[in-house]
Design a protein around this ligand. Structure first.
Ligand SMILES: Cc1cc2nc3c(=O)[nH]c(=O)nc-3n(C[C@H](O)[C@H](O)[C@H](O)COP(=O)(O)OP(=O)(O)OC[C@H]3O[C@@H](n4cnc5c(N)ncnc54)[C@H](O)[C@@H]3O)c2cc1C
Length: 562
């Protein structure tokens, strides 16, 4: 254990700062080069890119965080210990400064050699990956990054930037302009006013006033290591569970893969407070944690990820395919996987997102039913999904209120469901009714709804609301390139009729593979696909299956057998 460490959150410091034995060090020597280093020599500066992996052979290396006031000591590494965290895998800029406290020798290794070692040496891979992940968690826990966010917790801009940094696993310190002392001094130093918040200060240099996520990503250099001129084996559009799974399998199977994500990794699952039905996590896992692990796993295998850059178009009438990206960049790939998911239609209630997962749900499964217990519940929506949810919830809930804006269900719900609902004493239908307010502290406590005909407002102590108003697929950017179903989801495989394929000028002699769209080598997976099952496991499964089919298509292309 390193007694000089300031990182204290984890109960097993030896996992964060392992000391390698002679045999393990010898395996590094084969990949890196030995360097003499002097006392006081800075080996890595905060903000450096292409940061090398450094293993101390002799001497002492201190890692510090430059701050506005000077330096925060983080850790001192001795012989057999190494510097680095997960940022190294994705070619992110260094968050810290590394300096020799005592002269000695280090083994220096570039990122691609490090990645090769991690992929081929399972023992070292385990030691390094565990240390890298734990170090990043510690930095996040302490708020030790290279950015300071000034804001207030009731500002949606502040919350957006916090969420963006968190979902990208980027540590930051936060200054609350309403509650922290000494705020004025910081504001004066950077010549900003409280009214300009949220303000992001990058590495003590650039000051961004209410920046977009894209500006934050640019300032932190999230996408700097990505070569946009390469023709990739596969471009995955969307970094939710389906896209991340495709990235992990593609990269681990040696494909040159780039993921393009309009916001941050994780997708809808990233906003789920606890996923309890994903295989292998009997006590549940937060969507954020699952996405964070998947993201790191994809980076470990060498997948590239372009953050805060949405796809705006697909040129599917040519090969290689071109994916157009915000900012006018065109990316080329032999195959494309569309994993852009869907957005649940949300109600225009300002604080809705605060209660997602803690009172507001988008699916009615056994798990949600259990968390409702025997209380009253609300189902919003008049389609079959809403009807099924109401019937299901009526088995356990004290009472189910269905709120619809129209006069009746007849136009939107199947007759059999309407009959069952009418016969069910535990269900009340409220026509012409809209949910207008949600209230509560940590969880939803009560709701307000309005009768649109009379204007009457009613408040009810109901803690569980199911929004079954459907989902819109994120397919507008495809602009007619692929065959979609009536609701805009991408049709694949056997769902594509011969007539649709003819219209789409299907260009090969075989039929589309499972998950393949109306263009050969373009696949759709997860929630964006017509007929999807709206489950994390299904999205992950489809992402991995698609890679097997990508291999097939690449073989066909190279052998010209289609
Ligand atoms: C609150 C909530 C709780 C849930 N809980 C559960 C649960 O407990 N269990 C379960 O199995 N399922 C759950 N689900 C459903 C599950 O999250 C989804 O089925 C799953 O996330 C679908 O994965 P996906 O990758 O297909 O799409 P998404 O998760 O929607 O990801 C799509 C990604 O694509 C990105 N994107 C969109 N357009 C573009 C573009 N033009 N360019 C680049 N990127 C783009 C988005 O930003 C997003 O990151 C929940 C959903 C929600 C909303």
């Amino acid at each position: 254990m390193d007694t000089n460490s300031q990182l204290t959150l984890h109960e097993h410091p030896e996992d964060i700062f392992p000391t390698l034995n002679a045999a393990q060090i010898a395996r590094f020597s084969a990949h890196g080069k030995l360097r003499d280093v002097q006392r006081g020599q800075v080996l890595v500066e905060q903000g450096d890119q292409n940061v090398p992996f450094l293993l101390v052979i002799s001497g002492e290396m201190e890692v510090v965080r430059p701050t506005i006031k000077g330096e925060d000591a983080i850790v001192v590494f001795h012989a057999g210990q190494f510097m680095g965290d997960v940022g190294m895998l994705s070619d992110r800029r260094s968050l810290v400064r590394a300096r020799m406290r005592e002269a000695g020798e280090v083994i220096e290794m570039d990122r691609s050699s490090l990645q090769e070692l991690i992929q081929t040496d399972s023992e070292l891979s385990e030691i390094l990956m565990r240390a890298f992940i734990l170090r990043r968690l510690e930095l996040i826990g302490h708020g030790w990054g290279d950015v300071v966010l000034l804001g207030t917790n009731n500002s949606s801009g502040t919350l957006r930037i916090k969420e963006f940094l968190t979902r990208n696993g980027h540590p930051y310190s936060y200054v609350d302009l309403e509650t922290d002392s000494g705020v004025q001094q910081t504001l004066d130093q950077f010549q900003v006013t409280a009214s300009e918040a949220p303000v992001l200060i990058c590495r003590g240099q650039s000051v961004l006033r209410n920046p977009t996520n894209q500006q934050v990503a640019d300032c932190l250099g999230f996408n700097e290591g990505i070569d946009v001129s390469q023709i990739r084996d596969v471009i995955v559009v969307g970094g939710g569970p389906a896209g991340l799974a495709a990235a992990v399998y593609a990269a681990s199977e040696g494909l040159n893969v780039l993921v393009v994500e309009t916001n941050a990794p994780g997708g809808q699952a990233g906003s789920s407070s606890k996923i309890e039905n994903y295989l292998g996590f009997p006590t549940g896992i937060s969507g954020q944690e699952l996405a964070g692990r998947a993201y790191t796993q994809a980076q470990k295998f060498g997948a590239k990820m372009m953050i805060a850059r949405g796809a705006t178009g697909l040129q599917c009438g040519r090969k290689p395919y071109i994916v157009e990206i915000e900012g006018g960049v065109s990316l080329q790939a032999h195959t494309v996987i569309i994993a852009t998911g869907a957005q649940y239609r949300k109600l225009p209630i300002a604080n809705l997102s605060r209660f997602e997962g803690t009172g507001v749900y988008y699916g009615a499964t056994f798990i949600e039913a259990q968390s409702c217990g025997s209380g009253e519940v609300i189902v919003v929506g008049g389609g079959n999904a809403a009807g099924q949810a109401a019937m299901f919830l009526s088995q356990t809930a004290k009472h189910v209120h269905i709120l619809i804006r129209s006069a009746q269900l007849a136009d939107t719900m199947s007759r059999y469901l309407i009959r069952r609902i009418e016969e069910n004493e535990a269900i009340t239908l409220h026509p012409y009714t809209e949910l207008v307010a949600l209230e509560g502290k940590d969880r939803l406590d009560h709701v307000q709804w309005r009768n649109d005909q009379t204007g009457a407002l009613e408040t009810h102590d109901i803690q569980h609301v199911f929004l079954m108003t459907g989902a819109n697929p994120n397919t507008l950017w495809l602009r007619g390139c692929l065959v979609l179903d009536a609701k805009g989801f991408v049709k694949t495989g056997a769902d594509l009729s011969p007539a649709e394929l003819t219209d789409a000028r299907w260009s090969v002699t075989r039929n589309p593979y499972l998950l393949e769209t109306s263009h050969p080598g373009v696949f759709a997976v997860g929630d964006v696909r017509s007929g999807n099952t709206k489950r994390v496991a299904a999205a992950v499964g489809e992402g991995s299956i698609a890679i097997q089919l990508v291999h097939k298509v690449l073989q066909e292309w190279s052998a010209h057998i289609v």
